[in-house]
Design a protein around this ligand. Structure first.
Ligand code: CS2
Length: 480
Protein backbone atom coordinates (compact mmCIF):
# COMPACT_ATOMS: atom_id res chain seq x y z
CA UNK A 1 0.00 0.00 0.00
CA UNK A 2 1.29 3.50 -0.87
CA UNK A 3 2.14 5.90 1.89
CA UNK A 4 0.46 9.23 2.62
CA UNK A 5 2.40 12.20 1.23
CA UNK A 6 1.88 15.29 -0.94
CA UNK A 7 1.51 13.21 -4.14
CA UNK A 8 -0.76 10.48 -2.85
CA UNK A 9 -2.91 13.04 -1.01
CA UNK A 10 -4.06 14.27 -4.43
CA UNK A 11 -5.79 10.93 -4.97
CA UNK A 12 -7.96 11.15 -1.87
CA UNK A 13 -11.42 12.67 -2.10
CA UNK A 14 -13.15 14.45 0.74
CA UNK A 15 -16.08 12.31 1.93
CA UNK A 16 -18.15 12.33 5.10
CA UNK A 17 -15.36 10.14 6.51
CA UNK A 18 -12.36 12.07 5.22
CA UNK A 19 -11.48 15.73 5.76
CA UNK A 20 -8.59 17.06 3.69
CA UNK A 21 -6.23 19.89 4.64
CA UNK A 22 -7.27 23.27 3.21
CA UNK A 23 -5.70 24.03 -0.14
CA UNK A 24 -2.44 25.90 0.19
CA UNK A 25 -1.48 23.88 3.27
CA UNK A 26 1.97 23.27 1.81
CA UNK A 27 2.77 26.93 1.21
CA UNK A 28 2.46 27.84 4.90
CA UNK A 29 5.61 29.34 6.37
CA UNK A 30 6.77 28.49 9.87
CA UNK A 31 5.26 30.86 12.44
CA UNK A 32 4.98 28.51 15.42
CA UNK A 33 7.63 26.35 17.09
CA UNK A 34 6.17 23.49 19.10
CA UNK A 35 8.35 21.78 21.71
CA UNK A 36 7.33 18.14 22.29
CA UNK A 37 5.57 16.95 19.16
CA UNK A 38 3.75 13.93 20.56
CA UNK A 39 0.32 12.60 19.66
CA UNK A 40 -1.50 15.15 21.82
CA UNK A 41 -0.13 18.17 19.99
CA UNK A 42 -0.89 16.63 16.61
CA UNK A 43 -4.51 15.95 17.61
CA UNK A 44 -5.04 19.25 19.42
CA UNK A 45 -3.15 22.49 18.78
CA UNK A 46 -2.20 21.43 15.22
CA UNK A 47 -5.88 20.82 14.41
CA UNK A 48 -6.93 24.22 15.82
CA UNK A 49 -4.14 25.81 13.79
CA UNK A 50 -5.24 24.07 10.59
CA UNK A 51 -8.87 25.05 11.20
CA UNK A 52 -7.85 28.68 11.72
CA UNK A 53 -5.92 28.58 8.44
CA UNK A 54 -8.98 27.10 6.71
CA UNK A 55 -11.01 30.13 7.82
CA UNK A 56 -8.50 32.92 7.21
CA UNK A 57 -6.08 31.62 4.57
CA UNK A 58 -3.35 33.36 6.60
CA UNK A 59 -0.39 31.18 5.67
CA UNK A 60 2.13 32.45 8.22
CA UNK A 61 1.36 29.89 10.93
CA UNK A 62 2.87 26.59 9.87
CA UNK A 63 4.33 24.58 12.74
CA UNK A 64 7.94 23.52 13.28
CA UNK A 65 7.50 20.51 15.57
CA UNK A 66 10.41 19.64 17.84
CA UNK A 67 10.90 16.14 19.23
CA UNK A 68 12.18 15.69 22.76
CA UNK A 69 14.50 12.70 22.81
CA UNK A 70 13.77 10.39 19.91
CA UNK A 71 13.68 10.83 16.15
CA UNK A 72 10.60 8.68 15.67
CA UNK A 73 8.07 11.45 14.94
CA UNK A 74 10.47 12.95 12.41
CA UNK A 75 10.86 9.55 10.78
CA UNK A 76 7.10 9.19 10.66
CA UNK A 77 6.31 12.62 9.25
CA UNK A 78 9.27 13.68 7.08
CA UNK A 79 8.61 11.03 4.37
CA UNK A 80 4.94 12.12 4.44
CA UNK A 81 5.67 15.84 3.79
CA UNK A 82 4.48 16.46 7.34
CA UNK A 83 1.01 15.04 6.61
CA UNK A 84 -0.77 12.70 9.02
CA UNK A 85 -4.29 11.66 9.87
CA UNK A 86 -6.26 12.15 13.06
CA UNK A 87 -8.56 9.15 13.38
CA UNK A 88 -11.62 10.46 15.19
CA UNK A 89 -13.57 7.74 16.98
CA UNK A 90 -16.91 7.93 18.74
CA UNK A 91 -19.87 5.63 19.09
CA UNK A 92 -21.56 7.14 16.07
CA UNK A 93 -18.59 8.54 14.18
CA UNK A 94 -15.50 7.23 12.51
CA UNK A 95 -13.42 9.43 10.25
CA UNK A 96 -9.97 10.76 9.43
CA UNK A 97 -8.92 14.38 9.22
CA UNK A 98 -5.71 14.81 7.32
CA UNK A 99 -3.58 17.53 8.88
CA UNK A 100 -0.99 19.58 7.00
CA UNK A 101 -0.20 22.16 9.68
CA UNK A 102 3.17 20.65 10.66
CA UNK A 103 5.64 21.96 8.14
CA UNK A 104 8.81 20.42 9.54
CA UNK A 105 9.95 18.21 12.37
CA UNK A 106 13.24 18.98 14.09
CA UNK A 107 15.23 16.41 16.02
CA UNK A 108 17.34 18.67 18.22
CA UNK A 109 19.85 16.00 19.14
CA UNK A 110 21.08 16.51 15.57
CA UNK A 111 19.63 19.93 14.78
CA UNK A 112 20.16 22.08 17.85
CA UNK A 113 21.47 25.06 15.86
CA UNK A 114 18.51 24.99 13.51
CA UNK A 115 16.17 24.89 16.50
CA UNK A 116 17.84 27.96 18.05
CA UNK A 117 17.59 29.74 14.69
CA UNK A 118 13.89 28.96 14.48
CA UNK A 119 13.32 30.28 17.99
CA UNK A 120 15.19 33.45 17.04
CA UNK A 121 13.38 33.92 13.71
CA UNK A 122 11.07 36.99 13.82
CA UNK A 123 8.58 35.12 11.57
CA UNK A 124 8.07 32.81 14.55
CA UNK A 125 5.85 34.69 16.99
CA UNK A 126 4.53 31.82 19.08
CA UNK A 127 6.14 28.87 20.87
CA UNK A 128 3.81 26.16 22.18
CA UNK A 129 4.83 23.32 24.50
CA UNK A 130 3.60 19.85 25.45
CA UNK A 131 6.46 18.13 27.23
CA UNK A 132 4.36 16.41 29.99
CA UNK A 133 4.43 17.19 33.69
CA UNK A 134 7.85 15.67 34.29
CA UNK A 135 9.37 17.45 31.29
CA UNK A 136 9.50 20.71 33.27
CA UNK A 137 11.96 19.21 35.77
CA UNK A 138 10.62 20.98 38.82
CA UNK A 139 11.67 20.38 42.41
CA UNK A 140 9.30 19.85 45.35
CA UNK A 141 8.86 23.61 45.73
CA UNK A 142 8.04 24.05 42.03
CA UNK A 143 11.36 25.65 41.08
CA UNK A 144 13.72 24.44 38.39
CA UNK A 145 15.34 21.32 39.83
CA UNK A 146 19.03 22.18 39.75
CA UNK A 147 19.83 18.68 41.03
CA UNK A 148 18.18 17.07 38.00
CA UNK A 149 21.05 15.41 36.09
CA UNK A 150 20.10 16.90 32.70
CA UNK A 151 19.65 20.40 34.12
CA UNK A 152 22.85 20.19 36.18
CA UNK A 153 24.84 19.00 33.16
CA UNK A 154 23.67 21.81 30.90
CA UNK A 155 24.19 24.48 33.51
CA UNK A 156 27.73 23.19 33.90
CA UNK A 157 28.20 23.86 30.17
CA UNK A 158 27.07 20.54 28.65
CA UNK A 159 24.69 20.05 25.73
CA UNK A 160 21.30 21.59 26.28
CA UNK A 161 18.63 18.86 26.29
CA UNK A 162 15.86 20.10 28.60
CA UNK A 163 12.79 21.84 27.22
CA UNK A 164 13.29 24.92 29.40
CA UNK A 165 16.98 25.02 28.48
CA UNK A 166 16.20 24.93 24.76
CA UNK A 167 13.60 27.62 25.17
CA UNK A 168 15.93 29.93 27.10
CA UNK A 169 18.84 29.43 24.70
CA UNK A 170 16.53 30.13 21.75
CA UNK A 171 15.23 33.29 23.38
CA UNK A 172 18.79 34.32 24.14
CA UNK A 173 19.60 34.11 20.42
CA UNK A 174 16.40 36.00 19.61
CA UNK A 175 17.24 38.81 22.03
CA UNK A 176 20.71 39.07 20.47
CA UNK A 177 19.46 39.09 16.85
CA UNK A 178 15.97 40.23 15.81
CA UNK A 179 14.85 41.24 19.29
CA UNK A 180 11.28 40.43 18.20
CA UNK A 181 8.66 39.81 20.89
CA UNK A 182 7.46 36.26 21.50
CA UNK A 183 4.59 34.43 23.18
CA UNK A 184 5.21 31.11 24.95
CA UNK A 185 2.04 29.04 25.26
CA UNK A 186 2.27 26.11 27.67
CA UNK A 187 -0.22 23.35 26.75
CA UNK A 188 0.47 20.88 29.54
CA UNK A 189 -1.94 19.88 32.30
CA UNK A 190 -0.43 22.03 35.06
CA UNK A 191 -2.15 24.51 37.33
CA UNK A 192 -1.35 28.04 36.18
CA UNK A 193 0.84 26.61 33.46
CA UNK A 194 1.94 29.94 31.96
CA UNK A 195 3.17 31.21 35.29
CA UNK A 196 4.97 27.91 35.89
CA UNK A 197 6.94 28.17 32.67
CA UNK A 198 7.67 31.83 33.25
CA UNK A 199 9.07 30.96 36.70
CA UNK A 200 11.24 28.16 35.33
CA UNK A 201 12.62 30.43 32.61
CA UNK A 202 13.57 32.96 35.29
CA UNK A 203 15.17 30.23 37.42
CA UNK A 204 17.13 29.05 34.41
CA UNK A 205 18.36 32.56 33.59
CA UNK A 206 19.46 32.95 37.20
CA UNK A 207 21.26 29.60 37.14
CA UNK A 208 23.26 30.55 34.03
CA UNK A 209 23.93 34.06 35.32
CA UNK A 210 21.89 35.74 32.56
CA UNK A 211 20.20 38.56 34.42
CA UNK A 212 20.15 40.86 31.36
CA UNK A 213 18.33 38.17 29.43
CA UNK A 214 15.79 37.82 32.24
CA UNK A 215 15.16 41.55 32.04
CA UNK A 216 14.76 41.36 28.26
CA UNK A 217 12.27 38.51 28.65
CA UNK A 218 10.31 40.53 31.17
CA UNK A 219 9.82 43.23 28.53
CA UNK A 220 9.33 41.11 25.37
CA UNK A 221 7.96 37.65 26.15
CA UNK A 222 4.46 36.77 27.37
CA UNK A 223 3.45 33.46 28.97
CA UNK A 224 -0.35 33.06 28.80
CA UNK A 225 -1.91 30.18 30.73
CA UNK A 226 -4.09 27.66 28.92
CA UNK A 227 -6.45 24.77 29.49
CA UNK A 228 -6.17 22.03 26.88
CA UNK A 229 -8.47 19.07 26.50
CA UNK A 230 -8.84 16.17 24.12
CA UNK A 231 -8.55 12.47 24.89
CA UNK A 232 -5.72 11.12 22.73
CA UNK A 233 -4.81 7.54 23.61
CA UNK A 234 -1.70 5.88 22.21
CA UNK A 235 -2.37 4.74 18.63
CA UNK A 236 -3.10 1.00 18.38
CA UNK A 237 -2.69 -1.43 15.47
CA UNK A 238 -6.44 -1.47 15.16
CA UNK A 239 -6.45 2.33 14.71
CA UNK A 240 -3.76 2.09 12.04
CA UNK A 241 -5.68 -0.58 10.17
CA UNK A 242 -8.85 1.53 10.26
CA UNK A 243 -6.95 4.61 9.12
CA UNK A 244 -5.52 2.69 6.15
CA UNK A 245 -8.90 1.38 5.22
CA UNK A 246 -10.42 4.85 5.24
CA UNK A 247 -7.58 6.65 3.45
CA UNK A 248 -6.47 3.81 1.20
CA UNK A 249 -2.93 4.82 2.22
CA UNK A 250 -0.43 3.83 4.87
CA UNK A 251 0.03 6.54 7.50
CA UNK A 252 2.91 6.06 9.92
CA UNK A 253 2.01 9.29 11.72
CA UNK A 254 -1.65 8.48 12.45
CA UNK A 255 -2.97 9.60 15.84
CA UNK A 256 -6.31 8.70 17.44
CA UNK A 257 -8.69 10.96 19.32
CA UNK A 258 -12.23 11.49 20.45
CA UNK A 259 -14.31 14.12 18.63
CA UNK A 260 -14.42 16.54 21.57
CA UNK A 261 -11.72 19.16 21.89
CA UNK A 262 -11.40 22.32 23.96
CA UNK A 263 -8.74 25.00 24.27
CA UNK A 264 -9.04 27.95 26.63
CA UNK A 265 -6.25 30.50 26.31
CA UNK A 266 -5.43 33.55 28.38
CA UNK A 267 -5.58 36.48 26.01
CA UNK A 268 -2.09 37.77 26.71
CA UNK A 269 0.10 37.75 23.61
CA UNK A 270 3.29 39.71 22.98
CA UNK A 271 2.65 39.91 19.24
CA UNK A 272 0.39 38.29 16.66
CA UNK A 273 -1.16 34.83 16.87
CA UNK A 274 -3.13 32.52 14.57
CA UNK A 275 -6.90 33.11 14.56
CA UNK A 276 -7.41 30.19 16.93
CA UNK A 277 -10.60 31.83 18.21
CA UNK A 278 -12.13 31.28 14.75
CA UNK A 279 -11.38 27.57 15.15
CA UNK A 280 -13.25 27.25 18.44
CA UNK A 281 -10.57 28.22 20.97
CA UNK A 282 -11.82 30.42 23.81
CA UNK A 283 -9.71 33.51 24.52
CA UNK A 284 -10.38 34.62 28.10
CA UNK A 285 -8.82 36.92 30.68
CA UNK A 286 -8.56 34.28 33.44
CA UNK A 287 -7.96 30.62 32.65
CA UNK A 288 -7.69 29.41 36.27
CA UNK A 289 -11.36 28.44 36.80
CA UNK A 290 -11.31 26.44 33.54
CA UNK A 291 -7.99 24.80 34.37
CA UNK A 292 -9.12 23.79 37.84
CA UNK A 293 -12.37 22.41 36.48
CA UNK A 294 -10.55 20.32 33.91
CA UNK A 295 -7.64 19.11 36.05
CA UNK A 296 -9.79 18.21 39.02
CA UNK A 297 -12.91 16.86 37.32
CA UNK A 298 -11.47 15.23 34.22
CA UNK A 299 -7.88 14.37 35.09
CA UNK A 300 -8.57 13.63 38.77
CA UNK A 301 -11.31 11.19 37.83
CA UNK A 302 -9.19 9.77 35.00
CA UNK A 303 -6.34 8.92 37.37
CA UNK A 304 -8.72 7.52 39.98
CA UNK A 305 -10.36 5.25 37.40
CA UNK A 306 -6.96 4.28 36.02
CA UNK A 307 -5.55 3.01 39.35
CA UNK A 308 -8.73 1.48 40.73
CA UNK A 309 -9.67 0.13 37.31
CA UNK A 310 -6.31 -1.52 36.66
CA UNK A 311 -6.40 -3.13 40.12
CA UNK A 312 -9.79 -4.60 39.23
CA UNK A 313 -8.42 -5.97 35.97
CA UNK A 314 -9.84 -3.31 33.61
CA UNK A 315 -7.39 -2.69 30.78
CA UNK A 316 -9.18 0.41 29.47
CA UNK A 317 -10.96 3.44 30.89
CA UNK A 318 -14.19 2.65 29.05
CA UNK A 319 -14.23 -0.75 30.70
CA UNK A 320 -13.41 0.75 34.14
CA UNK A 321 -16.18 3.34 33.96
CA UNK A 322 -18.71 0.67 33.02
CA UNK A 323 -17.98 -1.10 36.35
CA UNK A 324 -20.83 0.10 38.62
CA UNK A 325 -18.63 0.25 41.73
CA UNK A 326 -16.08 2.44 39.97
CA UNK A 327 -18.70 4.60 38.31
CA UNK A 328 -20.09 5.34 41.77
CA UNK A 329 -16.69 6.48 42.99
CA UNK A 330 -16.17 8.62 39.88
CA UNK A 331 -19.57 10.27 40.26
CA UNK A 332 -19.01 10.81 43.97
CA UNK A 333 -15.59 12.32 43.37
CA UNK A 334 -16.99 14.82 40.90
CA UNK A 335 -20.18 15.71 42.76
CA UNK A 336 -19.10 15.60 46.41
CA UNK A 337 -15.37 16.29 46.46
CA UNK A 338 -14.68 18.48 43.44
CA UNK A 339 -17.64 20.57 42.32
CA UNK A 340 -18.27 22.15 45.76
CA UNK A 341 -14.73 23.53 45.86
CA UNK A 342 -14.62 24.89 42.30
CA UNK A 343 -15.15 28.39 41.11
CA UNK A 344 -17.69 28.51 38.26
CA UNK A 345 -15.93 29.20 34.94
CA UNK A 346 -17.85 31.57 32.72
CA UNK A 347 -20.23 29.80 30.36
CA UNK A 348 -19.69 26.35 31.93
CA UNK A 349 -22.20 24.29 33.88
CA UNK A 350 -20.13 22.15 36.25
CA UNK A 351 -22.71 19.38 36.67
CA UNK A 352 -23.17 19.06 32.93
CA UNK A 353 -19.40 19.18 32.42
CA UNK A 354 -18.92 16.31 34.91
CA UNK A 355 -21.61 14.20 33.25
CA UNK A 356 -20.10 14.86 29.83
CA UNK A 357 -16.64 13.82 31.04
CA UNK A 358 -17.98 10.46 32.22
CA UNK A 359 -19.70 10.00 28.86
CA UNK A 360 -16.45 10.73 27.09
CA UNK A 361 -14.64 8.18 29.27
CA UNK A 362 -17.27 5.58 28.33
CA UNK A 363 -16.49 5.96 24.58
CA UNK A 364 -15.91 2.28 23.72
CA UNK A 365 -14.17 3.15 20.45
CA UNK A 366 -11.16 4.52 22.36
CA UNK A 367 -8.87 1.87 23.80
CA UNK A 368 -7.38 4.24 26.38
CA UNK A 369 -5.27 2.03 28.61
CA UNK A 370 -5.55 2.41 32.37
CA UNK A 371 -1.82 1.69 32.62
CA UNK A 372 -1.05 4.56 30.21
CA UNK A 373 -2.89 7.04 32.43
CA UNK A 374 -1.32 5.45 35.52
CA UNK A 375 2.08 6.65 34.27
CA UNK A 376 3.91 9.43 36.12
CA UNK A 377 1.61 9.33 39.13
CA UNK A 378 4.17 11.12 41.31
CA UNK A 379 3.85 14.11 39.00
CA UNK A 380 0.12 13.94 38.38
CA UNK A 381 -1.32 13.20 41.82
CA UNK A 382 -0.53 16.57 43.40
CA UNK A 383 -2.19 18.43 40.50
CA UNK A 384 -5.17 16.15 40.07
CA UNK A 385 -6.15 14.91 43.53
CA UNK A 386 -4.11 16.42 46.34
CA UNK A 387 -5.35 19.96 45.68
CA UNK A 388 -8.91 18.68 45.93
CA UNK A 389 -8.07 16.88 49.17
CA UNK A 390 -6.45 19.95 50.71
CA UNK A 391 -9.33 22.23 49.74
CA UNK A 392 -11.86 19.86 51.32
CA UNK A 393 -9.81 19.46 54.49
CA UNK A 394 -9.56 23.23 54.77
CA UNK A 395 -13.36 23.33 54.63
CA UNK A 396 -13.59 20.75 57.44
CA UNK A 397 -14.62 17.84 55.20
CA UNK A 398 -12.95 14.50 54.49
CA UNK A 399 -12.99 13.88 50.70
CA UNK A 400 -13.62 10.12 50.68
CA UNK A 401 -13.57 9.59 46.93
CA UNK A 402 -10.42 11.59 46.23
CA UNK A 403 -8.68 9.67 49.01
CA UNK A 404 -9.92 6.47 47.41
CA UNK A 405 -8.09 7.54 44.25
CA UNK A 406 -4.87 8.09 46.22
CA UNK A 407 -5.33 4.71 47.91
CA UNK A 408 -5.64 3.24 44.41
CA UNK A 409 -2.29 4.75 43.43
CA UNK A 410 -0.70 3.33 46.60
CA UNK A 411 -2.12 -0.16 46.07
CA UNK A 412 -1.11 -0.04 42.40
CA UNK A 413 2.49 0.56 43.51
CA UNK A 414 2.35 -2.19 46.13
CA UNK A 415 0.83 -4.88 43.95
CA UNK A 416 2.35 -6.03 40.70
CA UNK A 417 -0.78 -7.53 39.21
CA UNK A 418 -4.40 -6.50 39.02
CA UNK A 419 -7.35 -8.89 38.90
CA UNK A 420 -7.09 -11.47 36.14
CA UNK A 421 -3.31 -11.07 36.07
CA UNK A 422 -3.30 -7.58 34.47
CA UNK A 423 0.30 -6.36 34.73
CA UNK A 424 0.74 -3.07 36.65
CA UNK A 425 3.90 -1.45 35.26
CA UNK A 426 5.29 1.56 37.12
CA UNK A 427 6.51 4.13 34.63
CA UNK A 428 7.43 7.20 36.65
CA UNK A 429 10.52 9.35 37.19
CA UNK A 430 10.40 8.21 40.84
CA UNK A 431 9.64 4.55 39.97
CA UNK A 432 12.74 3.08 41.60
CA UNK A 433 12.21 4.85 44.88
CA UNK A 434 8.43 4.28 45.05
CA UNK A 435 8.50 0.59 44.19
CA UNK A 436 11.51 0.14 46.49
CA UNK A 437 9.39 1.46 49.35
CA UNK A 438 6.30 -0.67 48.87
CA UNK A 439 6.25 -3.19 46.04
CA UNK A 440 5.28 -6.61 47.32
CA UNK A 441 4.33 -5.33 50.79
CA UNK A 442 0.97 -6.43 52.13
CA UNK A 443 0.71 -4.47 55.38
CA UNK A 444 -1.60 -1.56 54.47
CA UNK A 445 -0.46 0.76 57.26
CA UNK A 446 3.19 0.24 56.32
CA UNK A 447 2.45 0.95 52.65
CA UNK A 448 0.53 4.14 53.48
CA UNK A 449 3.14 5.44 55.92
CA UNK A 450 6.02 4.77 53.55
CA UNK A 451 4.34 6.57 50.65
CA UNK A 452 2.84 9.43 52.66
CA UNK A 453 6.36 10.15 53.80
CA UNK A 454 7.48 11.04 50.28
CA UNK A 455 7.73 14.75 50.84
CA UNK A 456 8.00 15.72 47.16
CA UNK A 457 4.50 14.36 46.62
CA UNK A 458 2.62 14.84 49.90
CA UNK A 459 4.40 17.83 51.41
CA UNK A 460 4.52 18.47 55.15
CA UNK A 461 0.82 18.75 55.85
CA UNK A 462 -0.82 15.56 54.60
CA UNK A 463 1.33 12.92 56.37
CA UNK A 464 0.41 14.33 59.77
CA UNK A 465 -3.34 14.39 59.12
CA UNK A 466 -4.96 11.52 61.06
CA UNK A 467 -8.19 11.49 59.03
CA UNK A 468 -6.23 11.26 55.79
CA UNK A 469 -4.05 8.46 57.10
CA UNK A 470 -6.97 6.43 58.49
CA UNK A 471 -8.94 6.73 55.33
CA UNK A 472 -5.95 5.72 53.20
CA UNK A 473 -5.09 2.74 55.40
CA UNK A 474 -8.69 1.50 55.16
CA UNK A 475 -8.74 1.97 51.39
CA UNK A 476 -5.37 0.36 50.78
CA UNK A 477 -6.22 -2.60 53.06
CA UNK A 478 -9.26 -3.33 50.95
CA UNK A 479 -7.35 -2.97 47.70
CA UNK A 480 -4.48 -5.20 48.76
C1 CS2 B 1 -4.85 11.62 30.91
C2 CS2 B 1 -4.81 12.88 30.07
O1 CS2 B 1 -2.86 10.48 30.34
C3 CS2 B 1 -3.47 11.07 31.24
O2 CS2 B 1 -3.01 11.19 32.36
O3 CS2 B 1 -5.53 11.91 32.07
O4 CS2 B 1 -3.81 12.90 29.17
C4 CS2 B 1 -6.16 13.19 29.43
O5 CS2 B 1 -6.54 12.22 28.48
C5 CS2 B 1 -6.13 14.55 28.78
O6 CS2 B 1 -5.69 15.50 29.69
C6 CS2 B 1 -7.50 14.90 28.23
O7 CS2 B 1 -7.48 16.23 27.84
Amino acid sequence: MDRLDRQTLARIRATPQVTLPPSGWDRQGVGIVHLGIGAFHRAHQAVFTQDAFAVTGDDRWGISGVTQRSASVRDQLAPQDGLYGVLERAVDHLGVRVVGAVREVLFPVEQQELLLDRLADPAVQVVTLTVTEKGYRRDAAGHLDLADPAVAAEIAGGTVTSAVGRLVRGIERRAATSGAPLTVVCCDNLTDNGRVVRGLVDDYCAAIGASDLATWIGGHVRFPSTMVDRIVPATTDDDRALGEEILGLRDEGLVTAELFKQWVIQDDFAAERPAWHLAGAQLVSDVAPFENMKLRILNGTHSTLAYLGALRGHATISSAVSDPGLLDIAQGLIADDVIPILEQPEGEDLQAYGAEVLKRFANPALAHKTTQIAMDGSQKLPLRLLGTIRANLAGGRTPHHALRGVAGWMAYLARSEGAGGLALPVDDPMAGRLTGLVRGRTDAAAVVDALLGVHEIFGDDLPGNAAVRDELVGGVRELL
